[in-house]
Design a protein around this ligand. Structure first.
Ligand code: AVI
Length: 324
């Protein structure tokens, strides 16, 4: 059957620029934010449930054990409102929101995301599920600017940057992002930063190369996205999912490795790329930290490290920094 060329939806300039830049570069690369179209966000939710992907359930266990203490430390003797960068499925956030409601009867929750539709979905879900939470969504690309709504004097804001999301930024980018967050806060506000810790290589690798192939599908989905949004003709099955541990940089890297010699056309960019067999596209870094590193990063960005909580195996850390 002939496939009829589909008219392109309006070209997203940010996607176009990132792809043109990344695929012109050697070694080829694509930024990880490209993973999160609708299908990619669903695949990521599925990853968080995988037996090998210990991160989400370990972090959740820390919140379950220490949620009340985290909220108490952040609040001091004031009322707290809670902002969250990235409005994912908010499953773990629920534990912290419930702890805040327990302490002060109600709480304003400010999920921050670029996607208005993701925010609307989060608002409906959370207001339905947790009594006492008032959702005030903020549409914002926090990787570019960080200016939240002004809040009443006498309240403090706790910003959640959880899920080990900071690990997908290079150290320089992470530093810049933490400084930007600090600049948008008042003295006494705080930031809760979660990081995945260095552990044995087999555990790390399994988390990014699961038996069911969900992470492989998540990785390849970026090519499906480029086919749709940039009228490209990637054959996703002609690229293998590779996850490797880069000990020198302390990070898991994900790549898509071309299995054959091939030329890919990206019609919307009027651009083509040739791949040799074995040539890779670097799609993600996921940094793993040594104990104490997150606290140093917070300090360098202007936060006094207030407390750190971890799990019994010492696999994951949740650090509270107070804006000084
Ligand atoms: C969102 N981020 C923290 C995940 C991670 O573990 O780096 C993304 C991910 N990539 C592959 N699996 C999950």
């Amino acid at each position: 059957m002939n496939t009829v060329p589909q008219p392109l939806a309006k070209l997203d300039e940010r996607v176009a620029a990132a792809v043109l830049d990344g695929l012109s570069y050697h070694p080829r690369r694509l930024p990880p934010w490209l993973f999160y179209d609708e299908a990619g966000s669903q695949l990521f939710d599925a990853i968080t449930e995988l037996p090998e992907y210990y991160l989400t359930r370990t972090e959740r266990s820390i919140f379950a054990a220490h949620g009340a203490e985290i909220i108490a430390q952040a609040a001091g003797d004031t009322r707290l409102r809670i902002a969250e960068l990235g409005a994912g499925s908010a499953d773990k956030t629920r534990l912290l929101l419930a702890a805040a409601v327990q302490r002060q009867e109600s709480v304003v929750y400010e999920p921050v995301d670029v996607s208005a539709s993701a925010l609307a979905a989060a608002q409906t879900r959370i207001e339905r599920e947790i009594a006492g939470v008032h959702v005030s969504p903020q549409v914002l690309d926090y990787t570019r600017s960080f200016q939240l709504e002004p809040m009443p004097e006498g309240e403090r804001r706790l910003v959640l940057y959880i899920g080990s999301s900071i690990g997908n930024f290079t150290p320089r980018e992470a530093e810049r992002l933490l400084r930007r967050i600090r600049a948008g806060l008042r003295t006494g506000d705080s930031l809760l930063l979660s990081v995945d810790l260095v552990k044995d290589e087999a555990t790390l690798l399994a988390a990014y190369n699961d038996a069911a192939g969900t992470t492989a599908a998540f990785n390849r989905n970026v090519l499906v996205r480029l086919n749709r949004e940039l009228n490209a003709d990637f054959a996703p099955e002609a690229f293998a999912h590779r996850a490797l541990w880069n000990a020198a940089e302390s990070r898991i890297e994900m790549h898509l490795e071309s299995l054959v010699r091939q030329t890919v056309h990206l019609a919307a960019l009027n651009f083509e790329v040739q791949f040799t067999p074995g040539e890779r596209i670097h799609t993600e870094n996921s940094y793993k930290y040594r104990p104490g590193k997150a606290e140093r990063m917070l300090a360098e960005a202007g936060f006094a490290a207030a407390a750190t909580w971890t799990d019994a195996r010492g696999w994951f850390a949740v650090c509270l920094g107070r804006a000084g």
